[in-house]
Design a binder for this molecule. Structure first.
Ligand SMILES: [Zn+2]
Length: 398
């Protein structure tokens, strides 16, 4: 066993997550999907020598959020571990919840005079501008166990007493351009009170956002560390709080990359280099998450979605593969956490294409796209991590 294990120990693992990249055939692209239309020569080359298939990253009955999808990708079954989205993001902010506390996601949103959700992202305020608003909200609406905590751009956290958890809330990105659906359930009136009162506070600031929207609540989940579960030292980089929070909750090394914005202008090369640096200095596994593909989907912006995919290829994958080859044997897993079709501007529960590549072994090969994997029956998303790192499936070449 020992020599084989020694070899396995040297393998480096990379997980690539183009958030929400999966889409559907689009008339303007002659019936192709953005993944098919984008020029992605490195991805195509990897798919040709790897294995493509479909993964069900959103288990039945759970909402198709990045919290659920990325939990699957990290190899934790959301059906077992997921309690809500907000406690994961709270962990990213360094908040540890007591067992009698619930965390809510607090969006800054723009709701029209006619009650339409005009923008679930409140015009994408800067994090600094948003932090001033959150501080004012905390001062004026906080207290009695309720507190506001600033996050990134439009994404913030409210911590509240545990009994506030009893409400049905609609994710604001599912309401884009539609009449809002207010919370229901035993705690709904408390949430409504906060959301209503926030309008007066927001009115004093020069932002597109005009109120907060509370949703995604949950108690802190109990997840075993990644090291405990997979025996590997792992790290990740992301601009999104909830992916960072999953890293915190699983004891991964969360690497900050300068210029990682969660937007179209993010620092792709910085993320690639963070992965290579971590893997060449002790980490066994590194996850690179890029939000731009998802934001393009939400914005219904086909051009940005395609250019985000092309940026993935030229500014991350090409150099990543060269860098990995220079380090030693490697395995790579690439898949999004859910589809975000530009036509729908929101997430869907559909299975997504995945790609597994082993530098030492040529796989069956295929095309990494939605139609290219349409015939495959979907595997459970959280099982792919075991397939990526399982030493019994390592058959290094000579
Ligand atoms: Zn999204």
């Amino acid at each position: 066993m020992l020599p084989r294990r020694a070899h396995w120990w040297l393998v480096k693992y990379v997980v690539c997550v183009p958030d929400g990249c999966a889409d559907e055939p689009i008339d303007a692209l002659g019936g192709r999907t953005p993944l098919e239309a984008a020029a992605m020569p490195t991805l195509a080359r990897l798919a040709k020598r790897g294995e493509v298939g479909r993964a069900a990253v959103i288990p039945a009955g759970l909402p198709p959020g990045s919290d659920v999808g990325n939990m699957s990708i990290l190899g934790y079954d959301p059906a077992e571990f997921h309690t809500g989205r907000a406690p994961i993001e709270a962990a990213a902010l360094g908040l540890r919840l007591r067992s009698d506390q619930v965390a809510y996601r607090c969006n800054l949103v723009t709701i029209g005079a006619d009650g339409t959700m005009v923008d679930f992202a409140g015009g994408h305020p800067s994090s600094d501008a948003a932090a001033e608003v959150i501080a004012a909200l905390d001062k004026e609406l906080g207290g009695d166990g309720v507190s506001f905590h600033p996050g990134v751009q439009y994404r913030h956290i409210v911590v509240a007493p545990g009994e506030w958890s009893e409400a049905e809330c609609t994710p604001p990105h599912d309401l884009s351009d539609r009449p809002v659906v207010w919370p229901t359930g035993p705690a709904a009136s408390r949430l409504q009170e906060v959301m209503d009162a926030s309008r007066d506070v927001l009115a004093r600031f020069d932002l597109d956002a005009n109120q907060v929207w509370l949703w995604g609540q949950g108690f802190q989940p109990e997840m075993p560390s990644f090291l405990e579960r997979y025996g590997l030292h792992a790290g990740l980089c992301t601009a999104v709080d909830l992916v960072r929070g999953l890293g915190v909750l699983t004891g991964m090394d969360v690497v900050e990359v300068e210029g990682a914005t969660g937007w179209f202008d993010t620092n792709y090369e910085g993320k690639r280099d963070a992965a290579l640096h971590a893997l060449s200095s002790g980490a066994d596994l590194f996850l690179v998450h890029v939000e731009a593909t998802d934001e393009a989907g939400h914005a219904g912006n086909l051009d940005e979605k395609i250019s985000a995919l092309e940026n993935w290829d030229t500014r991350i994958l090409a150099g990543l593969v060269d860098g990995l080859d220079a380090i030693g044997p490697w395995r790579l897993l690439l898949l999004p956490d859910h589809p975000t079709p530009v036509r729908l501007k929101t997430h869907t529960t559909d299975s997504v294409p995945y790609l597994l590549v082993d530098s030492e072994r040529v796989g069956p090969g295929g095309v990494y796209s939605e139609p290219g994997t349409a015939e495959a029956s979907a595997v459970a998303g959280h099982e792919l991590m075991s397939r990526l790192v399982d030493p019994s499936s390592q058959r290094p070449g000579v």
